[in-house]
Ligand binder design. Sequence first.
Ligand SMILES: [Zn+2]
Length: 120
Amino acid sequence: MTKRILLTLIISMSIFNLFGQGKKDKNKSEFKFSDSEDKAVFTCNHVTDEKSPILYVTHDNDGDWQFLCGQNDHAEENAKIISLKNAVELDNTLNELFEMPLGVGAERKGMGEKWNPFRL
Ligand SMILES: [Zn+2]
């Protein structure tokens, strides 16, 4: 009797593990940046709260990344800090910019559009 319950428990756990594993693989996103995944990067509340697309990216001379919505009027209270991994999870196409050198920015007209680089 006890043996049977134990067996059922083991089987249930295996199924749970399989399910969990599959789910994890499915959600695993591509990450091409050479910076670490937990690097703090700047974004704005339009991206984090209002789900605006990231259309304006800069790679500052000090190594900081900024992933902004592209609106001109940003004040200090609009600034948000997330991890680089978070940013890539928000928009996987940011991986296209992984080789962008320091002192360069890029902007685009919409998600999936071509990035146009510019000097900072
Ligand atoms: Zn913004």
